[in-house]
Design a protein around this ligand. Structure first.
Ligand SMILES: *[C@@H]1O[C@H](CO)[C@@H](O)[C@H](O)[C@H]1NC(C)=O
Ligand SMILES: *[C@@H]1O[C@H](CO)[C@@H](O)[C@H](O)[C@H]1NC(C)=O
Ligand SMILES: *[C@@H]1O[C@H](CO)[C@@H](O)[C@H](O)[C@H]1NC(C)=O
Ligand SMILES: *[C@@H]1O[C@H](CO)[C@@H](O)[C@H](O)[C@H]1NC(C)=O
Ligand SMILES: *[C@@H]1O[C@H](CO)[C@@H](O)[C@H](O)[C@H]1NC(C)=O
Ligand SMILES: *[C@@H]1O[C@H](CO)[C@@H](O)[C@H](O)[C@H]1NC(C)=O
Ligand SMILES: *[C@@H]1O[C@H](CO)[C@@H](O)[C@H](O)[C@H]1NC(C)=O
Ligand SMILES: *[C@@H]1O[C@H](CO)[C@@H](O)[C@H](O)[C@H]1NC(C)=O
Ligand SMILES: *[C@@H]1O[C@H](CO)[C@@H](O)[C@H](O)[C@H]1NC(C)=O
Ligand SMILES: *[C@@H]1O[C@H](CO)[C@@H](O)[C@H](O)[C@H]1NC(C)=O
Length: 531
């Protein structure tokens, strides 16, 4: 073996000479295979042979580990092993003291040991460019190694692997369809021309999540003012979301988080929450609705004025008084509100109003209204309170509601109206002066002759008794009817008599005329009859 490291140019020179000047008797050295591709760390058998008419000295010059595994006349087979790098080796033969050579080359191949697609953004906005990076370590021969980036099974780019580690990148426009799609990186070692085939290695896939959060504020609907102690429903909606179901909503009154009920539709979201207003929150508060999707947020804030407005206190010095008593009516509102009190003279608006009243019968069941007004965020609110005064009076019986003179026709239907007034309501009864017979008040009755007379009506309550005389006259129509009937009968009788008399007279006259005619006829016959 010629030490190749110390005299590198010599084998090349000899090879050239050998090729140009074939040895005596056509002596020639050959090697098989001339080229080989082997996996890294693998081994190969190399057969060196010489065409020489006598025994030739054969050898293989290599820096690889070699072992003679077989030999014959003018051939030797070596095993080369532990091949980590591409290399070349030279077979040489000395035939008749002439050396000829043949070289062979070895190419090592290996699969990439590391193929990785760099992490994708947690969320990718739709319509923005996404850059994919792939890193490949190892793998050769590089001339046969390429790197592909894929979206699902769609090839985005295929580039040769350059550098160590090799980096390949490409940009894609993220779309809605990319939501949930796997991206990955794949290497391809193409050794088909070497008769070995196509070797692929893939990275672990990475799933992309894309989203759309429109650049508009959510629509927040809430009352502008809220009263302490009440609760309100507030709504917050946003349309055009993708994927809507992944969106989150945050509803808060100042820093108090509300618990919204969220409903999702195809591309929108609708959140509703109850706001319970406590006295501690009095004043101007901010209601916020935020919609969070991907790594973005859209929010809206509304001002809400929280107020406290108790109804005014309306008090009567006494709620039930005898007639003629002075009663005070007073209305007081809470600070900030002004009151209007019915019955009081209208003055400048003030937080309280009052007046005195000499209670009369007309004031019984009179209702007083106190209306308090408060301005909250430019809006005037009213709260009302009413009180009813009861005045004790009576009993009373007067001409208007209990007439003292009733005149009715007998047998007509009449309602006896007599109303006594008072608080408490008096008991009323009417008795006939002469016999104490009771007059039925308030019923629909047939008037009878025996109802007439003078009655004493008496209204009684615990406040006293009042009496009133009521005269009932019943008109008897019977006499008139008899007269009419008699006249009618008389007329009938007279007309009948006259009629009959006229008839009889007429009939007598006709009979007489007939008899006369008969006599005249008989006389004429006697004259005409021949004797
Ligand atoms: C080596 O080559 C020679 C000449 O071509 C041949 O005769 C011999 O059989 C070969 N040896 C092996 C082991 O292939
Ligand atoms: C959201 O993510 C994208 C892509 O990763 C990034 O460009 C953007 O700055 C992020 N936006 C926010 C508000 O964090
Ligand atoms: C995305 O990248 C392409 C080229 O790679 C460019 O033409 C396009 O304007 C980019 N789009 C956006 C939204 O940045
Ligand atoms: C690469 O692919 C080959 C076959 O295609 C396989 O034998 C090898 O184990 C793969 N390498 C890795 C790191 O997955
Ligand atoms: C919120 O939605 C509910 C149900 O549709 C509705 O009754 C309520 O009035 C809405 N609230 C506001 C403040 O719009
Ligand atoms: C209240 O009115 C009654 C009757 O009108 C009168 O007699 C009485 O004196 C009045 N009382 C007062 C305190 O004015
Ligand atoms: C109204 O009455 C209630 C209870 O009687 C009392 O607590 C409140 O302070 C009163 N309001 C005013 C304005 O006087
Ligand atoms: C209270 O009274 C005022 C004035 O009379 C009236 O305008 C308002 O409608 C009333 N409010 C209520 C709730 O009854
Ligand atoms: C009652 O009325 C009748 C007729 O309507 C009248 O003739 C009579 O004088 C009146 N009596 C009294 C007491 O008013
Ligand atoms: C009138 O007469 C009827 C019977 O005809 C009798 O039932 C009724 O009680 C009498 N009424 C009075 C007030 O006398």
């Amino acid at each position: 073996m010629i030490p190749i490291a110390t005299r590198p140019p010599l084998p090349a020179l000899l090879a050239l000479l050998g090729a140009l000047l074939p040895g005596p008797g056509g002596a020639q050295t050959s090697v098989h295979p001339k080229e080989a591709i082997i996996p890294q760390g693998g081994s190969v058998w190399v057969n060196c042979s010489a065409s020489c008419d006598q025994h030739a000295d054969l050898g293989l010059e290599t820096h690889l580990t070699k072992k003679q595994v077989a030999s014959g006349f003018n051939w030797v087979t070596y095993e080369l092993s532990g091949i980590e790098e591409d290399s070349s080796s030279i077979c040489f033969a000395n035939c008749r003291s002439v050396q000829t050579e043949a070289s062979m080359s070895l190419t090592v191949y290996s699969f990439p040991e590391h193929v990785e697609l760099q992490p994708l953004p947690h969320w990718q906005p739709v319509g923005e460019n996404l850059t994919l990076h792939c890193q490949v370590k190892g793998g050769r021969p590089r001339a046969h190694l390429s790197v592909m980036l894929l979206r699902g099974e769609e090839l985005l780019t295929q580039q040769p692997a350059v550098g160590e580690p090799a980096e390949v990148m490409t940009t894609v426009l993220a779309g809605r369809d990319d939501h949930g799609t796997d991206f990955f990186c794949r290497t391809e070692l193409n050794l088909q021309s070497q008769g070995l085939g196509l070797f692929q290695n893939s990275s672990v896939p990475r799933q992309l999540r894309t989203f759309v959060l429109p650049k508009v504020h959510p629509r927040l609907t809430a009352p502008r003012i809220m009263e302490v102690g009440t609760q309100w429903l507030v709504n917050c909606t946003l349309d055009g979301l993708f994927p809507a179901s992944e969106a989150q909503v945050l509803l808060a009154l100042e820093d108090q988080r509300l618990e919204p009920t969220v409903e999702y539709s195809k591309d929108s979201l609708w959140a509703t929450a109850w706001v319970k207003v406590t006295p501690e929150e009095k004043g101007i508060q901010h209601l916020t609705c935020a919609v969070i999707l991907g790594n973005q947020t859209q929010w809206t804030q509304e001002k809400v004025t929280i107020y406290s407005f108790p109804a005014p206190n309306l008090t009567l010095s006494e709620s039930e008084v005898p007639e003629g008593t002075m009663v005070s009516v007073e209305c007081k509102a809470h600070a900030g509100a002004v009151v209007t009190l019915s019955g009081a003279s209208a003055g400048t608006p003030a937080p309280s109003a009052q007046f005195m009243l000499n209670a009369s019968a007309e004031d019984n069941e009179r209702t007083f209204l106190c209306s308090a007004a408060l301005e909250v965020a430019g809006k005037v609110l009213h709260k009302n309170k009413t009180q009813t005064l009861l005045v004790l009076y009576g009993p009373r019986l007067d001409e208007r509601d209990c007439p003292g003179n009733w005149t009715w026709e007998e047998d007509s239907q009449q309602t006896l109206k007599c109303q006594a007034w008072g608080n408490p309501v008096p008991k009323l009864d009417c008795h006939r002066k002469v016999d104490g017979a009771l007059l039925p008040i308030g019923d629909l009755r047939r008037v009878m002759r025996n109802m007439s007379g003078t009655y004493i009506c008496k209204a009684t309550s615990r406040l006293g008794v009042v009496k009133r005389e009521v005269v009932v006259n019943v008109i008897h129509l019977q006499n008139n009817i008899v007269t009419t009937v008699i006249i009618l009968v008389a007329v009938l009788v007279i007309s009948s008599i006259v009629g009959i008399a006229a008839y009889l007279y007429n009939r007598q006259r006709k009979i007489r005329e007939y008899k006369l005619q008969k006599a005249q006829a008989a006389a004429a016959m006697k004259l005409n009859t021949p004797p």
